[in-house]
Write a protein that binds this ligand. Structure first.
Ligand code: M6R
Length: 667
């Protein structure tokens, strides 16, 4: 723990406003373009993934900040730190490793040393420098009077570091962040910005390249905390006699549901009486107030051992909430529509771009959208999309799917698509995140906060939302009659109870998971919409149980992967419906008998009453019979539970798998 004494100083801000960058225009509609919300388009490619929280109010800042960090830890858990303005002092503690290490250090130092009602904290996913104490945030200037926490990457930090070192400053960490602490301290000490913390931060922000959310405290200024953002998330929480800033509303939802979303290149000063927003030139700026529509219980484990297990059980609600309100007056409606119906009618090609599970949700949707809309659909990993020069034009619809709305690869894909004049529709679980802000239309999944790093309820909600996009397109293009759209929507709505019924398999799958915990590898097979489910099952197992797992299209087996089959190798097979897809069902039964003959142990996920497959299943997990295209919504659920249980049996932290973070904001 370190404590530093303050100095006093005057105020003043003589920043000049930077030239306005042009807005993008699209088919006569004005949409956010580069320089507005999309201000960082094409400029920022790398961002760190961290959770930050700041507080000024009437409670003990340490308690508020640590509470907030607990709910931010999903964003990164390589190290954590706090700084509290303790009257006339700045008291800092930081530790590598999980938040528990920081709390132990705070307890050792004595919580009374952190008595104060303003402070901030950070939980880190390392980008610059290994996760050791000296690289943990907060970072301070040489005197220790200024403290900074940061989410993002300062791309010109090497030049800033060289400049600081040339002027005799000694840096004590490997991070990009530390440079900002020294620069802010210098701005605060001299020149036009002397003694004015907001002005000093603004002056430094104007020099930074890259993506950042910064939260800054100065020992001289115990009554306020300053925060700024460019292309990294930052929300303000407005309470009674207290104000918060954080990467995510989850950090302060326990105290207030009134929030304010900051725009691009904005700075906020929070005090216990409220907040003031300016742009980086010091001019007053508008920020968007909103009310958070979920409460603390949604962000807490509610008696479950892990968030992931709770989130698996929340899937029926996630589906129902995602669909709610999207069929009105006989029509499918989106949330934010900055495209006309004519634009939708003109679409001649669809790309779905996304990463990880969100990508798998796109693979599922391809089957439905092509079938319903007679439109070619390409599903692309966002990280590959813009590097292979995809053919895009104004009649291309790009559907960007992202739970967090922050994923750097997907965000860059969105920017690339819009540069090529394609229209972008975001499917996102996070209100006001960067991806929806930069898109032409938005459909929010209302899965609620997903804290477990593995995507579960968000994935199911994405599948449902992607289907809604398909129905909206079919409706606009007239490839489905209104009564057909209504019927498909009704079937989608009914999936909430089908998923609830599927949760009845939970105990069987848990027991199975325990028995499979010592397996070296697992293969997953599927056909048609079962193929992306197989990929999703394999991804879950890899990320949670650190086990080799591969998903294959079952028909591909004989073209190579069948050589992997050996005695006792567990192979999970996702069966199509024997009624809905009779031909595929027969073929898959043949595939299973081929692998069983070669010694594989078969775990079969099949529709209830599927007696044909029973003899070929060493373990049969039955899921409710549902329309073919909707099967992934039920067949994915046992695979989530299986991965979680295998990981748990192996002693791993199911919510925080190694090397991962919830929002991947680095390319
Ligand atoms: O926030 P996003 O939906 O954009 O995240 C995409 C992937 O990083 C995410 O789905 C990841 O693959 C999950 N950890 C998988 O469980």
């Amino acid at each position: 723990m370190t404590t530093f004494r303050p100095r006093n100083a005057p105020a003043g801000d003589r920043a000049t406003r930077p030239a306005k960058r042009p807005r993008g225009a699209f088919r006569g509609l004005t949409v956010p373009g580069r320089g507005q919300d999309a201000g960082s388009v094409g400029v920022v490619t790398l961002k760190g993934v961290c959770g930050i929280v700041g507080y000024v109010g009437h409670r003990q800042a340490l308690d508020v900040v640590l509470g907030g960090l607990h709910r931010m830890e999903y964003r990164g858990y390589d190290s954590a730190g706090v700084a509290v303005l303790t009257g006339d002092a700045l008291t800092v503690e930081r530790r590598a490793g999980r938040l528990a290490n920081l709390e132990a250090a705070v307890d050792t130092a004595g919580r009374e040393a952190f008595a104060g009602t303003a402070g901030m904290g950070h939980t880190r996913w390392a980008t610059h420098g290994p996760p050791v104490d000296r690289n943990s945030h907060p970072h301070r200037d040489g005197t220790g009077r200024v403290a900074v926490v940061h989410n993002g990457i300062i791309e010109n930090f090497a030049a800033l570091r060289a400049e600081l070192e040339a002027s005799g400053v000694e840096l004590s960490s490997d991070t990009d962040t530390e440079t900002t602490a020294h620069l802010i301290a210098r701005a605060y000490a001299e020149g036009d910005t002397a003694g004015d913390l907001p002005a000093s931060v603004r002056a430094v922000c104007r020099r930074l390249e890259g993506a950042f959310t910064l939260v800054v405290t100065h020992a001289d200024q115990p009554d306020h905390v300053v925060a700024a953002r460019r292309s990294s998330p930052l929300v303000v929480g407005v309470g009674e006699g207290e104000t918060f800033v954080a990467s995510d509303v989850a950090a302060f939802i326990e105290h207030t549901r009134q929030a304010v979303e900051l725009g691009q290149d904005q700075l906020v000063v929070i005090t216990r009486d409220g907040y003031e927003v300016t742009d980086f030139a010091g001019e007053p700026a508008d920020a968007k107030p909103f009310s958070v529509d979920w409460d603390l219980s949604a962000a807490e484990k509610g008696g479950h051992e892990y968030f992931m297990l709770k989130e698996i059980e929340e899937q029926p609600d996630a589906l129902a909430n995602t669909l709610r309100g999207h069929f009105s007056s006989g029509r499918v409606v989106l949330d934010e529509q900055r495209m006309s119906d004519q634009d939708l009618r003109d679409v001649d090609k669809v790309f779905v771009v996304a990463c990880g599970s969100a990508y798998h949700s796109g693979l599922v949707a391809k089957y439905a959208i092509e079938h319903w809309c007679r439109l070619p659909v390409e599903v692309e990993l966002a990280s590959e999309f813009r590097y292979r020069d995809p053919v895009l034009d104004r009649d291309t619809l790009v559907v960007a799917v992202s739970q967090s709305g922050e994923t750097a690869d997907t965000l860059e894909a969105v920017r690339h698509a819009r540069e090529q004049k394609a229209r972008v529709l975001a499917v996102c679980n996070t209100n006001g995140a960067q991806i929806p802000r930069e898109s032409d239309a938005v459909l929010y999944t209302h899965a609620g906060p997903e804290i477990g790093v593995a995507s579960t309820k968000a994935f199911l909600a994405q599948v449902a939302a992607n289907y809604l996009v398909g129905l909206a397109l079919a409706q606009a293009r007239g490839t489905k009659y209104p009564d057909e759209v209504a019927r498909e929507f009704g079937e989608l709505e009914a999936m909430s109870s089908a998923v609830a019924k599927t949760l009845g398999t939970l105990e069987q799958v848990r027991a199975l998971g325990k028995r499979m915990a010592d397996s070296k590898a697992v293969l997953f097979l599927g056909r048609h919409v079962g193929f992306p489910v197989a990929l999703e099952g394999a991804l879950k197992l890899k990320e949670l149980a650190y086990m080799h797992a591969e998903g294959f299209a079952a028909g591909e087996l004989k073209h190579g992967p069948i050589a992997l089959i050996e005695d006792d190798l567990p192979v999970v097979v996702v069966m199509p419906s024997p009624k809905g897809r009779a031909v595929l069902h027969s073929k898959l039964v043949s595939n299973i008998s081929e692998i069983q003959a070669r010694g594989a142990r078969t775990i079969v996920i099949a529709e209830e009453g599927d007696d044909r497959v029973r003899p070929f299943a060493d373990e049969l997990v039955e899921v409710p019979a549902v329309p073919t295209l909707l099967q992934p919504l039920v067949s994915t659920v046992p695979l989530q539970v299986l991965a979680a249980e295998i990981a748990r049996s192996r002693g791993y932290d199911v919510d925080k798998p190694r090397n991962l973070a919830k929002s991947v904001t680095v390319e």
